[in-house]
Design a protein around this ligand. Structure first.
Ligand code: 7RM
Length: 629
């Protein structure tokens, strides 16, 4: 499965385009299937309807765990590093992982969870989060992880959208110097969730919590009673594996659905090839299991490959900005995968936090979540990789399930800020706004993919039409990513950022419409418009323009209220960085807000605001410019 040279990459790529079915069949042979496929692929991008490894049967946890027990039972699956510095590293072997996953799977069964039922997971970055995903997959339940930074309202919306039967959570979470409540947030969410029958609570912080008789159960007590064996449920290749909610340009977050067979094959293949993981190496991805990166490249990909990983509960800057490097030194990490926002914040803290540590174990560095600016790339390359580690700038999305465009470490020549070339099986193209393909090199356009890869999104939960509309209707016959992209003279791809109303804040996707709708819940606000603007550390910041006609309150009081309502409705991660109170918004005669102008103002532009001739009231613009924060 592992490509070794650039020539091999080119051959694999060629084959994957000319004969995709035989290409993927050969890769799929490396897994355990209860029954092989009748056909490799059936697809159309019109409905869309995509089936990989048709009628094949498998269980992904058997491939992540059981398959390794013959020769790797005592190999470490995870080194767990706690939030608090100085605590001993905990080791979880593949055998431990097997036992914990099976026990938890048996608890779920006792709770009445059956194949196809949905289970919500709201946990900190502790081993139990990984056990939780795998326990669901073991019995064929569909997991829906909600990131710990989301509010009760967001949990409620997600639970209700997919009718989860069980919630797996903890009493609280440690996050740097803070202790965050989790169970009480779940309690609040569950006030309006009729589908939830049982809640299992892991004691992490031992803070005081409320347990509802007959509904809430203690994790330790329940798992202890269970057997360490649980026969894996045999799944169809196209049975759903999980739902993960993600923000788009309109409405509430969508539940992206991934299925078992294709996701398994692609996450393992991409993990092995992009990072060039070698047996015995130590790999560390700093993401949270609440995001797709934590699903594909902390949980499934590395475990499918039988890798040894670091699992980290804490933050990059706690107790200080040397924490990542301290852990890297301590555990002799070989492959390190993080987000540009973390790199920029650690760069800003200065080299004194890097110098004390021996980073010579590092062989490969990775980046994910947003475009990595050249300065951050150079700093990472020089001061962390000591100019000897390739940086794999991995471009992908929740919807793609795995990495689509990236260098293969030590195989593809890298170039700062470029995700470089597509993985085998991935056929990108650029189109103009009318959908016409832009051919040749040294061009720029909207990034689309013209052929399915095994871990492509199958549907949006409960609303297939929304999936079609969002990804397959803008440019008929193509999957549209929502990203703008350049292709340089060498045919290398550089992703320039979203072309829709999605803001990427520290690698987290936030829909402007979602933030606006939260702000509009504020009593004094009659209308709002939210845009992104360049932010030194976060990549993009959130800039909110809010119309407040008449109010007794000061602007500072209004801002506080707006922040608290956004926190409450979406979560702290969506809080605007800047809130400007205005009397009006620039609108066209047909009533559309001209975001283009608002984006320019937020960027600091005062004069070159483009064509404003179609505005209903051009005077509004000057007023906004004058009041700019
Ligand atoms: C993995 C993840 C997806 C969006 C995507 C892009 C942006 C992600 C890169 C990137 C430039 C990268 N999933 N993005 N990786 N932009 N270079 N290497 O982040 O669903 O949360 O976000 O993130 O805009 O569309 S995600």
């Amino acid at each position: 499965m592992q490509i070794k040279t650039f020539e091999e990459y080119q051959q694999a790529y060629d084959l994957s385009v000319k004969q995709p079915e035989s290409f993927w069949a050969q890769i799929a042979e490396n897994f355990n299937w209860n029954k092989k496929w009748d056909k490799i692929l059936n697809w159309n991008f019109t409905d869309p309807n995509i089936n990989w490894f048709v009628n094949a049967k498998l269980n992904i946890t058997e491939n992540c765990i059981d398959r390794h027990l013959t020769d790797k039972a005592n190999n470490v699956a995870f080194y767990f590093e706690e939030n608090e510095d100085g605590k001993p590293t905990q080791t979880i072997t593949y055998q431990d992982l097997h036992d914990e996953v099976c026990k938890l799977a048996n608890v779920l069964k006792e709770f009445g969870v059956k194949k196809g039922d949905r289970v919500c997971i709201y946990l900190p970055m502790i081993p139990q989060a990984v056990f939780a995903l795998l326990a669901c997959a073991r019995i064929g339940a569909i997991h829906s992880v909600v990131f710990g930074g989301f509010s009760a309202q967001s949990i409620q919306d997600r639970i209700n959208d997919s009718c989860c039967k069980v919630v797996l959570t903890s009493d609280g979470a440690y996050r740097g110097s803070k202790q965050i409540p989790m169970k009480s947030t779940v309690d609040e969410a569950l006030q309006n969730c009729t589908s939830v029958e049982k809640v299992l609570v892991y004691k992490r912080t031992n803070e005081k919590i409320n347990l509802v008789q007959g509904r809430d159960f203690d994790w330790e007590t329940e798992t202890k009673k269970q057997s360490k064996f649980c026969t894996p449920e045999i799944m169809d290749s196209e049975d759903p594996l999980f739902i993960l909610y993600t923000s788009g340009s309109t409405g509430k977050p969508k539940g992206v659905v991934h299925t078992c067979g294709g996701y398994m094959v692609f996450t393992c293949y991409s993990f092995l090839n992009v990072f060039q993981y070698q047996p015995g190496q130590i790999y560390w991805c700093t993401a949270d299991v609440g995001w797709i990166t934590g699903h594909s490249y902390i949980t499934y990909g590395p475990l499918l490959a039988g890798a040894t990983s670091v699992l980290f509960e804490g933050l990059p800057n706690y107790p200080d900005a040397g924490r990542f490097w301290k852990i890297t030194d301590k555990l002799k990490v070989n492959i390190f995968y993080t987000a540009p926002t973390a790199i920029r914040s650690l760069e800003a803290a200065g080299l004194d936090f890097v110098k004390p540590y021996d980073l010579s174990s590092l062989k490969v560095l990775g980046s994910v979540g947003e475009p990595i600016n050249e300065e951050a790339w150079q700093w990472y390359h020089k001061h962390i990789g000591k100019e000897k580690c390739p940086i794999v700038d991995t471009w992908w999305q929740t919807e793609t399930g795995g990495i689509l465009i990236s260098p293969l470490a030590n195989i593809t020549k890298t170039k700062p800020s470029y995700a470089t070339l597509p993985l085998p099986g991935v056929q990108p193209l650029l189109v103009d706004d009318k959908g016409k393909e832009i051919t040749g090199n040294g061009v720029e356009g909207n990034l689309c993919i013209k052929f399915p890869w095994p871990s492509i999104i199958r549907t949006t939960y409960g609303d297939h039409e929304r999936c079609r509309q969002t990804y397959f209707a803008t440019y008929p016959g193509l999957y549209f990513t929502g990203d703008g992209c350049k292709r340089d003279e060498d045919g290398y791809y550089r992703i320039t950022g979203r072309v829709d109303d999605v803001i990427n804040v520290s690698g987290h996707r936030i829909g402007t419409a979602e933030v606006e709708s939260a702000i509009n819940q504020c009593h004094d606000v009659v209308e709002s418009a939210v845009v992104g603007y360049p932010h030194d550390i976060k990549g993009q910041g959130i800039y909110a323009y809010c119309i407040v006609p008449k109010s007794e309150k000061t602007h500072d009081e209004l801002r506080k209220e707006i922040l608290s309502i956004v926190s409450k409705i979406i979560g702290p991660i969506a809080k605007p960085d800047k809130i400007q109170i205005v009397n009006g918004l620039p609108k066209t005669r047909s009533g559309k807000i001209m975001r283009r102008i608002l984006r320019k103002v937020a960027e600091g532009e005062t004069t070159n605001l483009g064509d404003t001739s179609t505005l209903l009231d051009p005077a509004v613009v000057q007023e906004i410019v004058n009041g700019k924060l």
